[in-house]
Ligand binder design. Structure first.
Ligand SMILES: Cc1cc2nc3c(=O)[nH]c(=O)nc-3n(C[C@H](O)[C@H](O)[C@H](O)COP(=O)(O)O)c2cc1C
Length: 214
């Protein structure tokens, strides 16, 4: 059992882990991850989410084949060598996952029912908080995972047909779940700093905390 970690440690170290052992994981852990997911905020607490837990080797193989064939969007060029290195590492890890997805013990497909919202963002707002809770729970339980949206981008119609997902339900994210491969480390996640992505009062105006010494 992984040692308990604090909330902030989980948030700061919940990195995308794409090298995953094929060893099975207990259903009890899968349930804990799902149980964290269903605690998330969602529109009107209508809880229009559903989660498919996929372990069947044939289904995983079917998904893995299409996942690997889904084109990856181009990312903007790196601004420096460090960023270029990180991007190259991520690309290699994403490629590895796409070639080994069928070996991951559990795939969780997070789905959301249409609620009449005008757009994808409103609908997504009622499922991605649950997905993030699941990623954090996985981190807390010592499991590896990563948020991917390739089924939605690449083979939504086909996967819905295969798994019997109703017309009024969208797939939102596919989460591979398993133990991290040997030598794979959690976090720290690297992000642009708060001051760079936050404005005070009006767009473009700098914001900085005024009630701290630092
Ligand atoms: C909308 C979305 C789609 C993503 N799709 C993929 C994917 O297809 N394959 C993959 O390996 N990672 C995918 N990711 C994971 C991101 O690459 C990852 O969250 C990001 O690079 C940050 O990684 P880090 O937390 O390790 O720093 C996706 C993330 C998001 C939010």
């Amino acid at each position: 059992m992984a040692k308990e970690i604090g909330l902030f440690e989980a948030m700061y170290t919940q990195r995308a882990l794409r090298y995953i052992k094929p060893d099975p994981i207990p259903d009890e852990l899968v349930r804990k991850v799902l149980d964290a997911g269903i605690r998330a905020p969602n529109g009107g607490n209508t809880q229009r989410w559903s989660f498919l837990v996929i372990k069947d080797p044939e289904t995983k193989k079917w998904i893995a084949e299409r996942y690997a064939m889904t084109p990856v969007p181009e990312h903007p060029p790196a601004v420096d060598r460090r960023m270029a290195r990180t991007m190259a590492r991520n690309d290699a890890a994403a490629l590895h996952l796409s070639q080994h997805l069928h070996e991951v013990p559990v795939l969780i497909l997070a789905c959301v029912q249409h609620d009449g919202s005008p757009g994808d963002i409103s609908r997504g707002a009622s499922i991605y908080p649950a997905v993030q809770n699941m990623l954090l729970a996985a981190r807390g339980l010592g499991l590896a995972s990563v948020l991917t949206t390739r089924p939605r981008r690449g083979f939504e119609k086909e996967i819905k047909e295969l798994l019997g997902i109703p017309d009024n339900v969208d797939t939102a994210a596919l989460l591979p779940l398993g133990y991290p491969a040997e030598g794979v480390q959690y976090g720290p996640t690297r992000r642009r700093p708060v001051e760079e992505v936050t404005y005070g009062e009006k767009w473009g105006q700098a914001w900085a905390p005024t009630d701290t010494d630092s």
